[in-house]
Design a protein around this ligand. Structure first.
Ligand code: SAM
Length: 218
């Protein structure tokens, strides 16, 4: 069972969480505000909800996790999302990262390989008044029918910087993608106006694997 109450206590805990991730280096005010606006405890089973405002990844069932709030804020800050942008997310999971992107006013397209997770994420989006486009399938291949995108965010560990996903970026677009098997390096890839990639290597993180045709084998 989940609770859809958002009490003063929850709001207070959320303010503290935002302070924590700000101290860890997230400075983009719009991103901090988006994190502050989304009740993370709604995305968790009641057994886990008490931990929602710790800066930790937590289980969401099916062997998957809701990312650590700092990681969500970090990826979102480097993605430079603005209102009206078309953003593709690979790995809908709980829907939390997607909700943060929706809170920034972007048009979200999100792909998840596990149908039950996509279904419960859809309920969450509806509760929050967001209407993203959700797909159940192998997101390692992106969502070519809906391309091109202004931004692409991959929230599972990929074996390499995906050329299939890069091909679905608009010129001037940005992709953020964690690459590696046990530990991942976060990469930000910008598609320049002439279509060439400009790649930046960022910090290390740990994600569950991206499983699929252009991902890891199950
Ligand atoms: N963004 C999520 C959130 O806010 O809760 C966290 C995502 S979790 C760290 C990674 C997700 O990627 C899992 O739900 C997993 O099932 C999904 N995933 C793994 N491989 C995938 C693939 N090929 N296509 C789509 N989703 C995939």
């Amino acid at each position: 069972m989940r609770s859809f109450v958002d009490s003063f206590k929850h709001k207070g805990l959320r303010n503290k969480l935002v302070e924590t991730i700000h101290k860890k280096g997230i400075t983009d005010k719009a991103v901090l505000q988006a994190i502050n606006s989304i009740p993370r405890h709604w995305f968790l089973d009641s057994a886990m909800a008490d931990h929602a405002y710790q800066d930790k990844a937590l289980p969401i069932g099916e062997g998957q996790t809701i990312s650590q709030p700092f990681t969500v804020a970090y990826q979102t800050q480097f993605l430079q999302v603005a209102a009206g942008m078309k953003v593709l997310e690979i790995g809908t999971g709980s829907g939390y990262q997607g909700a943060v992107i929706c809170a920034l006013g972007a048009q979200l397209f999100s792909v998840e390989r596990i149908a039950s997770l996509s279904k419960s994420a859809q309920i969450m989006f509806k509760k929050l008044g967001y209407m993203p486009n959700l797909l159940v399938g192998d997101g390692s291949l992106g969502w070519p029918q809906m391309a091109p995108f202004d931004r692409i965010i991959v929230t599972a560990a990929a074996p390499e910087i995906s050329h299939q996903l890069y091909a679905q970026l608009k010129p001037g677009g940005i992709m953020i993608i964690p690459v590696g098997e046990k530990v991942q390096v976060m990469y930000r890839v910008m598609k320049t106006a002439d279509g060439e990639p400009k790649t930046e290597k960022l910090e290390q993180f740990r994600f569950v694997p991206l499983i699929g045709e252009a991902g890891f084998k199950p």
